[in-house]
Design a protein around this ligand. Sequence first.
Ligand SMILES: C[S@@+](CC[C@H](N)C(=O)[O-])C[C@H]1O[C@@H](n2cnc3c(N)ncnc32)[C@H](O)[C@@H]1O
Length: 315
Amino acid sequence: MTIDSGFNHITVLLDEAVEALALRADGCYLDGTFGRGGHSRLILSKLGPQGRLLGFDKDPQAIATGQALAAEDGRFVIVQRSFAELGDEVRARGLDGKVSGILLDLGVSSPQLDDPERGFSFLNDGPLDMRMNPGQGISAAEFVATAPVEEIARVFKEYGEERFAGRMARAVVERREKQPFTRTADLAEVLKVANPAWEKGKNPATRAFQGLRIHVNNELGDLETGLEAALDALEVGGRLAVISFHSLEDRIVKLFMRKLVKGEADNLPRNLPVQHKAFEPKIKLIGKAQFASETELKANPRSRSAVMRVAEKLR
Ligand SMILES: C[S@@+](CC[C@H](N)C(=O)[O-])C[C@H]1O[C@@H](n2cnc3c(N)ncnc32)[C@H](O)[C@@H]1O
């Protein structure tokens, strides 16, 4: 059963991601981004009675869907916290170093983007919020009302990769002095006017909105912490599969995996005495980066930017 307000999420790389986990019927798995449970349900369908699945999400609607699933299936548990905190959660459950596979399907879900009330959309007006968990942290409205102009520009530039970040941030600050922003359409209009170079087929507020969303939800910080925690939580032979939706996320995942394939000694000064073990890789990569098939691309345009990387823990 899915509990939501009529907004659906089509799971990206569904079969590919579940296959990448190389499931064991009695294994213990972790879905760090439950969403509407597309991946989780397929994982559960392949586990036996001894198998377990622990789901995470920040979002209250995802949690409601997860709780309904947990009520139907005793092998599944859902918690409302960031996957950045998965280390604490698995330690508290006595699962540290015992998890057989972890999936992270990053970013926002379609219901979050499509429901104007969540405040992510520049196309459909809503309250300027953008938090996956509206009960935690500051909203986008609070951020644009209080942050210094340089900080707003940094967020647009670093997280939105917006060329005209400085100019757009100044326009936001000038306007907020007269009237604070409370609605997404209002902010989108000011950004649109301040953006001198509209990209073909792209709303001129797209990049700045992406920057705000990533900042408000600490998406890149959570990813860095979550990847380290995932590695510790996995058992030897356990798999980590990560699906990214933009180059900033994918870069973090790629560099993280590359570092572990090389072994940590690769980063140490050459003349330091290091144990042989330090040169051994901590993970091996499973296959190359994977993208959505032609069939999936046709059925779900959101899969266009998806890239999945998979690794297996070696020690
Ligand atoms: C792309 S959707 C996942 C969809 C899911 N795989 C499915 O098939 O339904 C991403 C979900 O992860 C959640 N999320 C994003 N970052 C998170 C984090 N750091 N911790 C926990 N949940 C997160 C979002 O709230 C959203 O529900």
